[in-house]
Ligand binder design. Sequence first.
Ligand code: FAD
Length: 386
Amino acid sequence: MDFRLTEEQRLVRDTAQDFVDRELIPHVRDWEEKGEIPKSFYRKMANLGFLGAPVPEKYGGAGMDYVSFMLLVEEISRGSSSVRTTVSVQTSLSETSLMWFGSEAQKEAWLVPLAKGERFGAWAITEPEAGSDAGNLATTARLDGNEWVLNGQKRFISNGSIADYVQVYAREPGTRRHEGISLFLVPRDAPGFKVTHVETTTKLGLRASPTADLAFDDCRIPKENLIGKKGDGWNQAMRTLNSGRIGIAAGAVGVARAALEAASKYVKDRKAFGRPIGDFQLVREMIAQSAVEIDAARLLTLRAAHLRDLGQDNTLEVSMAKLYGAQMAQRVTDWAVQVHGGYGFSGAFDVERYFRDARILGLYEGTNEIQKLIIAEHILGPSSKK
Ligand SMILES: Cc1cc2nc3c(=O)[nH]c(=O)nc-3n(C[C@H](O)[C@H](O)[C@H](O)COP(=O)(O)OP(=O)(O)OC[C@H]3O[C@@H](n4cnc5c(N)ncnc54)[C@H](O)[C@@H]3O)c2cc1C
């Protein structure tokens, strides 16, 4: 076992670190207040290949291995969980899904502009009555001549309001549960497609990341916009979510690292009882515990990434990394607030944002409970159904 990074992996990490320090962190407060990240910033990311990191170069991407990609995601998340969410949806969900299931023509038409950062993608499975229970999705797609006609709603879709291409899971009318689900690409100008609601700054966290509700009202798209095999949507969705979850695990490491860096600086500066508070053992304990948990979460994440680079199944390892990372980030950001005392609660310090942003990690792309079910199923086998 070799824990050292390759020269190329170190280069990706260092380039990302420098970019995040210079181009992201100075602006993040402003973007969070406005609820928007400027397109000009994403152009800079695109120029470095960061919007197509895991996509092969022949499809316009940077062709990174997964360990490098996760190091990149950790750095982005250290700067902003909102930006990390947009990048994760673009790369780990939208692009990966096209890479795995798209035809050559679809890759040329949609994957290349996504990987180059010329277009934005969204990935939509959640509905008002289908979250953890995604198999309950009710959006339908029926073939009418040379067109698919979609009807239904999607909820909480990251990038939904800024996306040029929305990948939508819908079922053949009359089918149930995991049967009859397929994946479709809906361009933003498709007739019958509407963004019905966008939430930014009123959310608990991720305030610069738009979360949208979408409606499909006799929405017509060409027959060629079916991605992969008809009826194979459930398997496609589960595989793609596994790809997305590892990015959330890396995101957890990044936001927790930002919190620990802020806490470490503060406890050296702040004095109480005539001494820096970092002298007190109870404070030191929070710093030490944070450092151990962050490292443990990073190791789980990089193990899952390494397995993927080896082409091995990593479903169990990804769920472990996401579950532990989400729990860890909540604890570490909470401790960072704690060592800041009342100042941690005020808006004056970034730890308040880290604490809010960490909360989503155990909710989206499969809640903590869903990850536990996946892990337990690997150990115990499927639970008996009544
Ligand atoms: C900011 C944000 C961005 C998002 N982005 C996207 C996106 O881009 N695309 C997309 O498709 N979706 C997205 N989502 C949706 C997200 O994935 C869902 O919210 C999540 O899967 C949970 O579904 P739910 O909200 O319906 O909660 P529910 O499924 O109703 O869960 C409520 C509670 O019940 C628990 N629960 C449910 N079933 C079980 C069970 N079998 N055993 C134990 N406990 C259970 C859950 O763990 C949870 O604690 C986003 C959500 C948010 C908030």
